[in-house]
Design a protein around this ligand. Structure first.
Ligand SMILES: C[S@@+](CC[C@H](N)C(=O)[O-])C[C@H]1O[C@@H](n2cnc3c(N)ncnc32)[C@H](O)[C@@H]1O
Length: 277
């Protein structure tokens, strides 16, 4: 396990994933009944963007740094910008578990899984004493069967955000999306993936289309045409069982985000329904 999110926290991919995560959480919060979030690949939870790791790549400066620097935040980014600022960025920058936990109501629950021993220990310390959050040092894919459907709560979200270190990660991710929706049909599933070049993304979408699952939306953001497979040219988020009006909200968010980023000619975003309801 070489991947450490501390080097990449706050980059454009985090912004895309967390902004859309927030849109889903806001939807879940509209009803008083509690909901459960299972975050299968949680990372450390909180990051210091002034750390040697974050400064070594400097990725956050071309990501969240740009949003923190502007005075007039575009409307569709305002909620996300407020969450990140109020959490204390850049010194305390929230990862996915921190964003979920910062919005939790007494009736909601968060289950975090993280396989890296140091990051799991950091995450556990950060939620020490918070009874609504549980942290597990274990494989997030295997955790799907252990924790779904959530005990006592009928609604929820499964966030799957793997590091893409394994050669078969796209296949594992497609299986995990299908398993999550099969075991927990009432749950929304959000799954992040990198866009380096087109062929693996096409195969991933084809696997989802032929899986038999219904109701799948794909969101993508590319900073340049994905022709150099050695670079992270963009990223995507599959949302299975999306909330009402999610496509509209996601489109507004991505349309406002792209002009902030260091994008080449040919940069683009899209929100596409890849399988009908
Ligand atoms: C992209 S990072 C997660 C970032 C986090 N979701 C966020 O948005 O703040 C991926 C994380 O998955 C962890 N990881 C890798 N393989 C895993 C596995 N099989 N199960 C759980 N965690 C894993 C890595 O150590 C890393 O911290």
């Amino acid at each position: 396990m070489n991947y450490r999110h501390a080097y990449h926290a706050g980059n454009f991919a985090d912004m895309m994933k967390h902004g859309l995560l927030l849109a889903i959480l806001r939807h879940l919060q509209r009803k008083p009944a509690g909901f459960c979030v299972l975050d299968t690949h949680s990372g450390c939870g909180t990051y210091d963007l002034g750390s040697s790791e974050a400064l070594k790549t400097g990725e956050w400066k071309d990501g969240i740094g740009r949003l923190l620097a502007i005075e007039e935040t575009p409307g569709p980014l305002a909620d996300y910008a407020t969450i990140v600022r109020e959490y204390g960025a850049p010194a305390r920058y929230p990862g996915s578990p921190a964003i979920v936990a910062s919005l939790q109501r007494p009736q909601d629950r968060l289950i975090c899984c993280e396989l890296h021993p140091e990051d799991a220990a950091t995450l556990r310390r950060s939620f020490d004493g918070q009874r609504q959050v549980s942290v597990h040092h274990r494989d997030g894919y295997a955790a799907l069967k252990a924790f779904l459907p959530p005990r006592d709560l009928k609604r929820g979200l499964v966030l799957i955000d793997p590091p893409f270190e394994r050669g078969d990660e796209f296949e594992a991710l497609a299986r995990a999306i299908v398993a999550s929706r099969t075991i927990f049909p009432m749950g929304i599933v959000a799954a992040w993936y990198p866009v380096k070049h087109r062929a693996p993304v096409r195969a991933f979408h084809d696997a989802l289309r032929s899986s038999g699952l219904r109701d799948i939306v794909d969101c993508s953001l590319t900073l340049r045409p994905p022709t150099d497979p050695a670079r992270l040219n963009g990223c995507g988020l599959i949302v299975a069982g999306p909330p009402w009006r999610f496509e509209e909200e996601a489109s507004g968010f991505l349309a406002a985000l792209l002009p902030l980023l260091p994008a080449d000619a040919g940069a683009d975003w899209a929100v596409t329904r890849i399988v009908e309801e």
